[in-house]
Design a protein around this ligand. Sequence first.
Ligand SMILES: Cc1cc2nc3c(=O)[nH]c(=O)nc-3n(C[C@H](O)[C@H](O)[C@H](O)COP(=O)(O)O)c2cc1C
Length: 260
Amino acid sequence: MKILACIGSNRKKGNTARIVQMIEARMQTFAAQHATPLEFETLYLGDMDLRPCRGCRVCFDQGEDKCPLKDDIPLIRAKMDAADGLLLASPVYVDDVSGLVKNWMDRLAYLCHRPAMGGKCAYPLATVGDSSPSHTLRTLNAALLTWGYHLVGQTGLKMGALASADELPRYQPAADKVAEKLFNAVAQQKAQNPAFVSLLAFKVQQLAWQREPPGSYDRTWWQAQGWLEPACTFYFPPRANRVKVALARLAGAAAARVLT
Ligand SMILES: Cc1cc2nc3c(=O)[nH]c(=O)nc-3n(C[C@H](O)[C@H](O)[C@H](O)COP(=O)(O)O)c2cc1C
């Protein structure tokens, strides 16, 4: 099992990094108990060469490999591709994700058009001083869902400016819960049984790209995956109840009328 943890704080001894370390330790325990080899890689987005998106739309219109910015985005994308699960951890900055996370998301915005993360699990985590983490979690959830990830939970932790070593044990139950959910979801391949909202989101996108005039980069890409075929219900044949799939597709068709 391969897990990639992306940390959107520059503080390597900060709240977010500490919680991710606690989650990793717990996941290693589960892995040992289940005799499952676990590769857990932590990526500090602040260590990466990540330039701000210029908004040129080349990734949308010609493909991400044509992006004029030559930095670490392809390296990060390769790590995301290689991982079975993503732990995305951001501190809350002014009621939303940190700039590091937002920039990383903007640079991967082409994944909203060409969701390549189907079949992988993701867990969004936000640490916050004292206010609500819900807006930040919504931002994280929306991106991960649109990119094709299967969301296995979400956690927001109020930790003040910097939790002291004495305070950290208070967060152990929450860290254990994240570790358990992510480990089980990946081990049991829960992404193969997508959530109703994921099936719905697929239908909305499918209808949008079916209506697009032929020839666009995105439409051609969808076509190449076989996802524009009327019988195609998801990024891969889902291991889901047929009634759920049918209802999600009906709801997706209705939502598409409003959204597109
Ligand atoms: C620039 C900045 C903006 C912040 N904005 C908020 C905020 O809007 N609400 C809040 O409760 N805490 C806010 N905080 C506190 C952090 O969310 C909190 O301390 C977080 O756990 C820090 O994580 P870190 O130690 O991993 O960087 C902010 C901190 C910084 C540095």
